[in-house]
Ligand binder design. Structure first.
Ligand code: URP
Ligand code: ZN
Ligand code: ZN
Length: 476
């Protein structure tokens, strides 16, 4: 099957060019100067008219949690529903977190994640490995990860008793990661101190969702980020801080990067657009002040007045932050978020956004926050380089997988599930209700297969393949 995408503006991280894109089978085979396709004998099986539209590499969401067990329940998207929603939103690859729970073997946790995903994904998928219990056995198991195509792993300085690692465990894991070339991903919040603050708030009757963010104060994020950076410095292990929301924590990453360290920072759409003030003000007829549970996530939403949201955008402009992933971890209000109706500590942590990342970041272009090429760099190229996929993914060039999105800058996207709106994530609400985007994902193609076109889904749940990833290609 050959596809010719005609008349569009090809946007890569390196710049834009007017070109037609020829796809043969699963690959891009040529970029043609406008009009050249008419000269030669190109009889493509399918022609897509991209006149006036952007032709960009498919989005790569490098931080998702399908079916993550959390707080007595599990994230509501399966690999099928989550990757279908991803395709609708222009994302053609995800990297999910395989979970090793405390007391479980890393190999068993990973095998389980393969079982959950295999044959169920509409787009390509890779894994990071959560190491939830650092000990002799799991350190040994880390030695097999690179061969398995899993070149990054996550540790938690938060969630004592669940995924938490203490400093000694972190140090040992980083030493091992340095030896193997693995990228250490860190959830940087001081979990033990947060648990004290959270208990004190709950005991004094402050049980509403808003207090989740008060307990998880920015100092907890700054301190843990600094500690992780120092451990990475000591061990010379590259470090990637996930889901950053505090401006002071970003300053720590900037400080390390200014010294030339391999320290990287990721933020998420929720930390660019949603605030603690919004969460406090959220009161609905249905949920009262429990409405704020829709935005309970960790790290938490931060104060817009204190400048955290602007600092995230600024970090993206200066490359102090390199990545925007969703941390997609959806929970329904009914039966899931409501587990914490009487105590914010029991609200499952997470927000669902996998369908909206490409659009939400495009709005940053429209608003003059980032350039067109920076948009593509953030949604696709840097995730590909950071997580060992570049060349195959993250770029429109001959030889790359034909993961392509045709994006219409004159289109419009209304986000939410209210009157006249819908989404494809398995959630009974949207954390993004009412967001209006000045752009639209028209066509999503994954490895030469059209998944979304003309407002229809044409994909299948078995289309997505497991991505064996190379080592990070982003080190200085
Ligand atoms: O709130 C969040 N982030 N939930 C997912 C688990 C994690 O820490 O990434
Ligand atoms: Zn985390
Ligand atoms: Zn996460």
């Amino acid at each position: 099957m050959t596809i010719l995408i005609k008349g569009g503006t090809v946007v890569n991280a390196t710049g834009t060019v007017e070109a037609d894109v020829l796809v043969d089978g699963e690959r891009i085979v040529a970029l043609l100067a406008p009009g050249d396709a008419a000269l030669g004998p190109i009889n493509a099986d399918k022609v897509i008219d991209a006149t006036g539209k952007y032709v960009i590499p498919g989005g790569i969401d490098a931080h998702t949690h399908m079916q993550l067990p959390f707080g007595g329940t599990q994230a509501s998207d399966t690999f099928e529903t989550g990757t279908t929603a991803a395709a609708w939103g222009g994302t053609t690859s995800i990297i999910d977190f395989a979970v090793q729970k405390y007391g479980e073997r890393v190999e068993d946790g990973l095998a389980h994640w393969h079982e959950l995903a295999a044959g169920n994904c509409a787009v390509d998928y890779g894994f990071h490995q959560i190491v939830g219990g650092v000990d002799e056995e799991s350190l040994k198991a880390m030695e097999n990860l690179v061969d398995e195509g899993i070149t990054s792993y996550k540790l938690f300085m938060a969630y004592p008793g669940v995924f938490y690692s203490d400093d000694a465990q972190i140090l040992r894991a980083m030493q091992k990661a340095r030896e193997l070339g693995l990228l250490t991903m860190m959830h940087a919040e001081n979990g033990p101190a947060i648990d004290v603050l959270a208990a004190q708030l709950a005991e004094s009757g402050k049980t509403a969702p808003y207090y989740h963010g008060i307990a998880r104060a920015w100092q907890m994020e700054e301190e843990a980020t600094h500690r992780a950076i120092m451990l990475s410095d000591l061990t010379d292990a590259p470090l990637y801080i996930v889901h950053m929301s505090a401006k002071q924590a970003v300053e720590q990453v900037a400080w390390a990067r200014d010294k030339g360290k391999n320290v990287f920072g990721e933020t998420c759409p929720q930390y660019l657009y949603l605030s603690l003030e919004k969460q406090l003000a959220a009161i609905s007829e249905e949920w009262g002040d429990f409405e704020g549970a829709k935005w309970v996530c960790s790290t938490p939403l931060r104060s817009e007045e204190e400048g955290h949201l602007d600092a995230m955008w600024q970090g993206l402009r200066t490359n102090d932050l390199q990545m925007v992933s969703t941390d997609h971890c959806p929970f329904c209000m009914k039966d899931q978020k409501t587990l914490g109706k009487d105590d914010f500590r029991a609200i499952p942590n997470g927000i669902g956004s996998i369908e909206h990342r490409v659009d939400l970041l495009y709005q940053g272009v429209v608003d003059g926050r980032i350039s067109l090429s920076r948009w593509v760099e953030l949604i696709s190229t840097t995730p590909a380089r950071m997580f060992g996929l570049y060349g195959r993914k993250g770029v429109i060039q001959p030889g790359a997988d034909a993961d392509i999105v045709v994006y219409d800058p004159r289109g419009h996207t209304s986000i939410g599930i209210g009157e006249g709106r819908s989404h494809h994530m398995n959630m009974d609400h949207s954390a993004w209700e009412g967001f209006e985007i000045d752009g639209h994902v028209d066509v999503t193609i994954s490895r030469g297969t059209v998944l979304v076109e003309d407002g229809q889904f044409h994909g299948t749940k078995g289309h997505g393949r497991f991505l064996k990833r190379d080592l990070t290609q982003y080190l200085v």
